[in-house]
Design a protein around this ligand. Structure first.
Ligand SMILES: [Zn+2]
Length: 270
């Protein structure tokens, strides 16, 4: 629910013109533009997009759809009608875009727009998140940005729907970019799946805000670390902040371990 409604929807729910005017006077409804109203609890980003004459789109719409996104740029991303496509404020996708409909763009339309606004690793992480969290597959993502530059198709080759968080996606892309061999969601008997495995035995667990906050997760994480250590693995844990804001430091430490060949060879317990 966005809390933003076209007048036809209000009327379909039985609101008369007189009732709408009354709610507007009492401050319970605000007219955003001709034919569009918002209730007080409306999503502020959707409200802003519709008031600007467009729909919530691009990365802002993806966030609305529950997709993981890199740190926000503080802007509400809006798609304006075709006649305003040269307007700097309008995000636009590749190829022919569907006409505006509703208050929030459908996921794949928003994804096509976001392909212009995201950098390469952000695009991979967002694609991973769509594959992980929705029923859309790689073919759907390829189709959505088919009119885009060849680069996008190449980046989609690096996507992995097994990644459980955007933090993990970004870490994977960057480790591989640094020339490291990384396995995704590697299964260890007695431990379960670990996020990333570098070489034979260096585990990197990406503690996302979404999955590692509860007391039971806290305990589970410690048990996993102990069991994997007993089995000869080394675990490092990185947070969202480590990956997004302190990556140089993280990579430096991992490369020190790799230089010592701590990621290689027989596991201590093997
Ligand atoms: Zn955008």
């Amino acid at each position: 629910m966005t809390g933003v409604y076209p007048v036809r929807e209000l009327k379909a729910r039985g609101f008369t013109d007189a009732r709408i005017r009354k709610l507007e006077r009492s401050g319970d409804l605000t007219r955003l533009r001709t034919g569009w109203y918002a209730e007080n609890a409306a999503d502020p980003a959707v409200r802003q997009a519709v008031a600007a004459g467009g729909v919530l789109s691009c990365v802002s719409a993806l966030r609305h759809h529950g997709i993981w996104l890199p740190p926000a740029d503080g802007r509400v991303h809006v798609r304006l009608p075709l006649r305003d496509r040269c307007d700097d404020r309008s995000c636009r996708g590749y190829g022919q875009m569907p006409p505006l409909s509703g208050a929030v763009d459908p996921l794949l339309v928003a994804y096509n727009c976001a392909a212009r606004c995201l950098d390469d690793e952000g695009f991979v992480a967002v694609s991973d998140s769509i594959l992980y969290k929705t029923d859309y597959g790689l073919a759907d993502l390829r189709g959505a940005v088919a009119a885009g530059p060849r680069r996008l198709m190449d980046l989609l080759e690096y996507c992995d729907g097994r990644a459980m968080s955007g933090t993990e996606s970004i870490a994977r892309v960057r480790f591989r970019g640094a020339g490291l061999k990384v396995k995704v969601q590697f299964y260890i008997r007695g431990v379960g799946y670990v996020d990333l495995l570098i070489g034979d035995r260096l585990i990197v667990e990406c503690d996302s805000r979404e999955f590692h906050t509860s007391a039971s997760n806290y305990q589970t994480d410690r048990t996993r670390d102990r069991k994997s250590l007993a089995d000869g693995y080394i675990t490092i844990r990185v947070t969202y902040e480590d990956v997004m804001f302190r990556w140089d430091e993280v990579l430096r430490d991992v490369l020190v371990l790799v230089k010592r060949r701590a990621h290689r060879g027989r596991r201590l317990g093997a």
